[in-house]
Design a protein around this ligand. Structure first.
Ligand code: ATP
Ligand code: MG
Length: 440
């Protein structure tokens, strides 16, 4: 027997809800609803859509994200193009590709740009709930803006998205904010940190000793309880931030405060990529276990020049779609189920021409109608109508068609009486089949 092939571990199919699956991953109706909500929200902020390739030169990510980041050190799917020997990588994130495209097309020549994209990213991680090898991000980038106005605007835009998706800020998701300062401020902090740990070298564990000169900041992440007092008292980056950096940070905060958005300043908040400076933020949740960050971003004023473009400031974020939809599912928020308004039952094939003409007329009025195709008796068709999740069955029986009508039967509400509607006046009654809220 031929062996059945399976998807690669950590790479998931996104399926309609009618397909049973063992894992509890969100179905495609949820994705669809998320995507249309995103489109609507981003349009209100003047963001334009962009698509860039999934495969990029490996050098783009090595140069863009930094050589000693988790992603570049161990998470990239990289391969050699067997046709020409080029080193290529499946994108692990979207910012580097978008910046590459903007530099390549000299796109900032006419001024700043607000851009967004959505799509698959690839990281070789250990698959678990909320962590996959192919996952999807909404990615938003504001290029050529120095902030702090845009920093605050994109944070408020994410808040608007939460609102439209039914998530309550402060309860389901909350904002953490920090400033990473400028590279020179970070370097001064790093020197002070190394000096401090050197002066206390007797208190360092083996891990910390190893990191002291390669990556002293990582010592601050230690899980060793014995090291906590030492780490707590270590020099803080905040104390090395200059006047301009603080003014930027305070300006962002003032806008968020005025907008009534609550947040926590988290001095420990750092981001995975090297390119960040000044404002960084994360939207986190307590409802997803250890995969609690649903959205993370910040300012990256150095990246455009680092990738060969004319120096320009920028800010952006990535939002993990799987994590967000898992959260919405976990919270049991009302979501659309993807069911059609109506299911058309056509027990006699002789009725097809008239029935399908009427169904087309309904669709022209914006009604979603799933037509029973493939024949079968009334009972079998009616059963399908029920399992489709549709709110109405449209019965195009022989008697009805002879009278020039269709029977409309409510499937979810027994108190609604069955009615007969005229086929030659579809526009007059079509709207009774649709309802503004498609909640499950
Ligand atoms: P984490 O600390 O969870 O590994 P990260 O800092 O690597 O996250 P970013 O690079 O900032 O993540 O990506 C932005 C968002 O994309 C994350 O906040 C998360 O929601 C999502 N994300 C990142 N990696 C994965 C993954 N392997 N599977 C699913 N979602 C992911
Ligand atoms: Mg990661």
């Amino acid at each position: 027997m031929t062996k059945v092939l399976q998807a690669i571990k950590g790479m998931n199919d996104i399926l309609p809800g009618s397909v049973p699956r063992k894992d509890k991953l969100p179905d495609s109706a949820l994705w669809h609803w998320f995507e249309s909500t995103v489109r609507s929200v981003l349009a209100r902020y003047g963001y334009q859509y962009i698509l860039t390739p999934i495969v990029e030169p490996t050098a783009l990510f090595v140069r863009g994200l930094g050589e000693v980041t988790d992603i570049v050190e161990k998470e990239m799917y990289s391969f050699t193009d067997s046709m020409n020997g080029d080193q290529l990588t499946l994108r692990p994130e979207a910012t580097a590709g978008i910046v590459r495209a903007m530099v390549e097309h000299n796109a900032l020549y006419n001024g700043p740009l607000r851009l967004w994209t959505m799509g698959a990213m690839f990281r070789h991680e250990r698959p678990q709930k909320g962590r996959y090898r192919q996952f999807h991000q909404l990615d938003v980038e504001a290029l050529g803006f120095a902030g702090p106005d845009v920093d605050a605007e994109i944070i408020l835009m994410v808040r608007r998205l939460w609102k439209e998706l039914g998530l309550v800020e402060g309860q389901h998701v909350r904002l953490e904010l920090n400033s990473l300062g400028q590279p020179s401020e970070r370097a001064a902090h790093r020197s002070a940190l190394v000096a401090y740990f050197e002066a206390n070298s007797a208190l360092l564990d083996d891990d910390a000793k190893r990191r002291l000169h390669s990556n002293p900041l990582r010592i601050l992440d230690t899980k060793n309880p014995a090291m906590q007092p030492l780490v707590e008292a270590a020099p803080k980056l905040m104390d090395f931030l200059g006047e301009e950096t603080l003014a930027h940070f305070n300006a962002v905060r003032a806008i968020l405060d005025a907008a009534g958005l609550e947040y926590r300043v988290n001095p420990r908040l750092v981001r995975g990529m090297d390119y960040y400076n000044l404002t960084v933020f994360e939207w986190v949740t307590d409802h997803l276990g250890s995969q609690g960050t649903v959205c993370g971003g910040g300012r990256y004023d150095g990246l455009i020049a680092q990738l060969g473009g004319k120096s320009a400031p920028a800010v952006g974020f990535g939002l993990g779609i799987e994590r967000l939809l898992l959260l919405i599912q976990e919270l049991g928020l009302p979501v659309p189920n993807g069911a059609p308004d109506a299911y058309a039952v056509i027990p006699d094939a002789a009725g097809l021409p008239k029935a399908m003409r009427a169904i087309e007329a309904l669709r022209a009025e914006g009604v979603s109608v799933q037509m029973h195709a493939g024949g079968g008796n009334f009972k079998a068709q009616f059963k399908k109508a029920d399992t489709s999740g549709a709110r109405y069955a449209l019965v195009f029986g022989g008697d009805e068609l002879a009278r020039g009508t269709v029977s409309v039967k409510a499937l979810r509400d027994a108190s609604v009486a069955q009615v007969e509607r005229p086929l030659d006046a579809v526009p007059e009654w079509a709207s009774t089949l649709t309802c503004s809220s498609r909640d499950a």
